[in-house]
Design a protein around this ligand. Sequence first.
Ligand code: UD1
Length: 315
Amino acid sequence: MSSYLVTGGAGFIGSHLTEELVRRGHTVRVADSLVTGKRRNLDHIPGVEFLEGDLADLPFAQRAVAGMEFVLHQAAIPSVPRSVNDPITSNRANADATLNVLVAARDAGVKRLVFAGSSSEYGNTPVLPKREDMTPSPLSPYALQKVMGSQYCQMFTRLYGFETVVIRYFNVFGPRQDPSSPYSGVISVFATALSEGAQPTIYGDGEQTRDFTFVANIVDGVLRACAAPNAAGEIINVATNGRVSLNELLRIMNTIVGTDLKAIYKDVRSGDVKDSQADISKAKEILGYTPIVSLEDGLRQTIAWCKTESAAARL
Ligand code: UD1
């Protein structure tokens, strides 16, 4: 059994990673500022050590990595529009903290660090699906900060021989994704709206496409990246490899919920990418990854969770 630090472990993706690591019998420490994460995301997981603090503060990052064999660096302020509105706060959380965690982990003798990259790094590069060897073209501060994190990871492997793997996530969704902020991921927002009988909002004409990925697929990809022999220094897409428009997404979700709610259309959001779809052949080759949960099954699980949450909130 091994020891893992999950930064951002009280957040949506981090809490799923923590849950699976504990289920597999590993020792897990979570470091989280609780700016976007929530302590209650970990309430059901036994035996997790929890450190509250800001990884942009180097001594905290050093305390967090001490004695750990693996670091899963998930901590971030994960929002394109929030980074457009407040690039400095976003940069501190996504770029400054990442450099601190890399330096601290390297110095503490961590075996391998896996970084949460983002499909936004590709921007509007014309070719689909997106391959890892394409030159990044960030359209928002968030995307640029993720490019910086990814490139720092690769540089730390090249310069210092410190093993890093960047897993590029494509629009992750699932239970525990917080629907309550204006910056929330679209599936969590739609699921809540439909469950409450409210009309969802679509920014733009709804023909933008995304490779929506259920969180269990991401957990599988990230944990494979900790062990895969040829992964160090690599950037690897993890996604479903499909592409669905927002109009189509709403249609599928209406069918699952049993509603027929029409969208209200508003202006396209600045910094928004038009189309996104991953080539996942590198993940197959290096990680042995294939998606284990389809979009539809993932949507069903997410909507079921959302209904339970809404029912609990009404009690
Ligand atoms: C981007 C990244 C993703 C990253 C995420 C972090 C891309 C392709 N993806 O997601 O990898 O993890 O940032 O935040 O860059 N929308 C609506 N109505 C809503 C909410 C959103 O129409 O109520 C639209 C957005 O304008 C966008 C799409 O839905 O076109 C998806 O938005 P969102 O879920 O916020 O994620 P991205 O910004 O695509």
